[in-house]
Design a protein around this ligand. Structure first.
Ligand SMILES: Nc1nc2c(c(=O)[nH]1)N[C@H]1C(S)=C(S)[C@@H](COP(=O)(O)OP(=O)(O)OC[C@H]3O[C@@H](n4cnc5c(N)ncnc54)[C@H](O)[C@@H]3O)O[C@H]1N2
Ligand code: MOO
Length: 653
């Protein structure tokens, strides 16, 4: 490896420039706004049939009266109210019928003169002379059909819809910036408009850079990951009124990137690239963006977390945004810097942000000097709403989509204390806290049970932080249930010994834990788990993968290996899947995981023990959602589902 090219690359990487400017979020936004007008693009005319989802470019006045004439609102007779005064069942008023019937679409030819009435249908044109319509139910047709007897007096104007009552000619009926939905389409059609003037949609080029990226739909090679930013950014552009052009993946190559960016700015209003902007790659984007045209980079580095390496540039009058590669950082900076621009160009008003107050149950630390945004889930607690910071970092794709919102910690604070109230800005419309929050250890069995609950109308959500974390969260009142599998080494019992005052345990199911290894590995194949582990810890060439302290599985591993510290001991991932992936990919030779995961990864399995996966909850809780969960847990249907997944439901179900 110590060849010249390798040393050159290493030297180049360590020589990287510092970020050009580290701006505050406000400064960064200001510089971007000063350089790029955040205003609607010019308009274009589109047919009504394709206007759905577009934005009106100008206020719109109705060119006609709607309805265009005074019309009957009931089936009956057009007449003069004055002729009907005092009419009653006992003393009906007799009116002569005019010789025409005003069906819909028929223009009247005869006026209604005193003492006469004209038959009219709902929607028919009210004839000259008439000032009211009487309902057919309040009249009796005389046998000669030439007269009616009216049994109820009519008020002037009764059952007439006047011209322009709905929309008057010249009245502004729709405002510019209105998003055209089915309702607006109806109004435009009623005005007789076949076309409408809408804001041109901003054309946004979306690119991803990274040699490790592959497009969804293709096979993953070792070390590669799917390009998720491209898809998320493109969809978010559309959600904010833009037209996304997903240009795909560009390799980490200066010339290729420069060529792709140059092409993209020619034909788009905005270019959004993600990845390759932090240290190590930072000056590449910087050099390219400066070469593409003045003024080049406006901001590179914002005192934000997530989102520090964000880069904002303008070349040839076009904005170029380089989002950080980490998906949560990319989405967050998109939301803060790109979405407002796309909306403005598309003529849409700024997104309405709904903030909701929630208590923080736990201290959350933050970095001094950077405004930190913390993705959080909302949950109900006996004391009111709580904001649960999501345990996943900027590299996660799910943090942004699973969060109900985010709260910020100012740059001059090192954290927020437990019990403080934070203002959670909601992400997405109509986000409601779930009925039931489960925190603890992940299990695909629980994924299914939650699915069954959702089918029954209970909105349940799980947050995976491990058994001990779930129990601690339950004790702090952050959730309704803790999903756990903790073994007490002293009693050999699962879960119950850890509960403490006020908590009850619902038995869930049993999961077979065992040693996982690559099939065919003779150091494990055909042996007992205890025997294989004992041999493995004395062989320096065998690498293990451990689990995190506090997990139920770690307690098992400790029991297996005692004080031994074999290679791999300090590699302590937090899930069964991470253990199985490490073994399957050859980064480790053995670990402990549950049988269902071993099967999913095609690994060999030496059974160790059946662990109990149970649920702790507050004994006094009266939550209906909790009751529904406990009921679902004891359903035969649930038990059958769990068995098909390879779990043994607890006795009794
Ligand atoms: N030594 C330092 N390292 C890092 C720093 C730093 O200041 N010093 N900053 C960190 C921060 S903060 C962030 S955020 C990331 C962002 O880095 P880049 O914008 O250069 O992004 P990459 O290095 O290209 O990728 C980071 C990460 O994200 C994955 N990625 C990239 N593109 C995509 C995509 N389209 N879809 C899904 N995932 C993507 C990529 O594989 C990496 O895992 O840098 C820190 N490092
Ligand atoms: O800015 Mo990075 O986004 O802190 O993770």
């Amino acid at each position: 490896m110590r060849d010249a090219a390798f040393l050159d690359r290493l030297a180049a990487a360590s020589r990287q420039e510092q970020f050009l400017t580290v701006a505050s979020r406000e400064e960064a936004l200001q510089r971007f706004r000063d350089a790029i007008p955040h205003q609607a693009l010019p308009s274009e005319k589109v047919e009504l049939g394709v206007a759905l989802g577009r934005v009106l470019a100008a206020d719109l006045a109705s060119p006609i009266d709607v309805p265009p004439f005074d019309r009957a609102l009931v089936d009956g007779f057009a007449l003069r109210a004055g002729d009907t005064e005092g009419a009653s069942q006992a003393a009906p008023r007799r009116l002569r019928l005019n010789h025409e019937i005003l069906a819909c679409g028929t223009a009247p030819t005869l006026p209604v003169s005193a003492g006469t009435a004209t038959p009219i249908a709902t929607g028919g044109v009210v004839p000259r002379g008439a000032d009211a319509v009487a309902m057919v139910e309040h009249t009796e047709l005389e046998p000669d059909a030439l007269t009616i007897d009216l049994t109820q007096a009519a008020r002037p104007g009764q059952f007439i819809g006047y011209a322009g009552a709905d929309m008057a000619m010249g009245e502004t009926v729709l405002r510019k910036g209105t998003l055209i939905t089915a309702r607006e389409i109806g109004m435009l059609a009623a005005c007789g408009l076949a076309q409408v003037e809408v804001v041109r949609r901003p054309k946004v080029a979306v690119l991803s850079t990274g040699d490790e990226l592959v497009a969804p739909g293709t096979a993953l090679r070792p070390g590669a990951i799917y390009d998720s930013n491209g898809a998320i950014v493109a969809a978010s552009v559309v959600e904010n009124g833009g037209e996304a052009n997903l240009l795909g993946i560009v390799p980490d190559d200066e010339a290729a990137l420069e060529a792709a960016l140059a092409r993209a700015i020619e034909t788009h209003d905005l270019v959004v690239l993600s990845g390759g902007t932090s240290k190590g790659a930072g000056d590449v984007s910087h050099r390219i963006l400066s070469r593409l045209g003045a003024p080049g980079v406006l901001v590179h580095g914002v005192a934000l977390k997530p989102g520090k390496p964000l880069c904002l540039a303008v070349s040839r009058g076009k904005p170029i945004v380089v989002l950080p590669g980490f998906p949560t950082s990319a989405m967050f900076t998109f939301h803060e810097f790109v979405a407002p621009l796309v909306r403005a160009l598309a003529g849409l008003p700024p997104r309405e942000e709904e903030a909701i107050e929630a208590a923080l149950p736990q201290r959350t630390a933050s970095e001094l000097g950077r405004t930190e945004f913390v993705m959080a889930s909302l949950a109900h607690s006996p004391e009111g709403l709580v904001a649960l910071p999501l345990p996943k970092g900027s590299g996660s794709v799910t943090a942004f989509s699973q969060a109900d919102g985010y709260f910020s910690i100012p740059a001059n604070r090192a954290g927020v204390e437990a019990g403080e109230t934070v203002s959670v800005i909601r992400l997405g419309a109509g986000v409601r806290p779930p009925d039931l929050t489960i925190i603890g250890s992940h299990c695909v069995g629980l994924d299914r049970v939650i699915g069954l609950l959702i089918d029954r109308g209970v909105r349940a959500r799980a947050i995976w932080v491990g058994s001990a974390g779930g129990l601690a969260a339950l004790k702090r009142g952050e959730c309704d249930l803790a999903a756990m599998h903790l073994l007490d080494p002293e009693t050999g019992r699962y879960n119950a010994p850890f509960l403490g005052q006020g908590l009850a345990l619902a038995e869930g199911w049993r999961r077979l834990q065992g040693i996982v290894f690559r099939p065919g590995d003779e150091r494990f194949e055909g042996r007992s788990a205890a025997e294989a582990a004992a041999a493995a810890v004395t062989d320096e060439s065998v690498v293990m993968v451990n689990r995190n302290t506090g997990s139920g599985t770690r307690a098992l591993i400790d029991g297996l290996i005692g004080d031994a510290r074999p290679p791999g001991f300090w590699n302590q991932p937090r899930s069964h899947n991470a253990v199985a992936a490490a073994v399957a990919q050859g980064r480790a030779d053995w670990g402990v995981a549950i049988s269902s995961v071993a099967k999913a990864y095609g690994l060999g399995f030496l059974p160790l023990t059946e662990e109990h996966y149970d649920f702790a909850y507050a004994a006094g809780s009266r939550s209906e959602a909790l009751a529904a969960f406990l009921k679902t847990l004891s359903d035969p249907e649930t038990a059958a589902t769990l068995r098909t997944l390879g779990f043994s439901p607890a006795a009794g179900s």
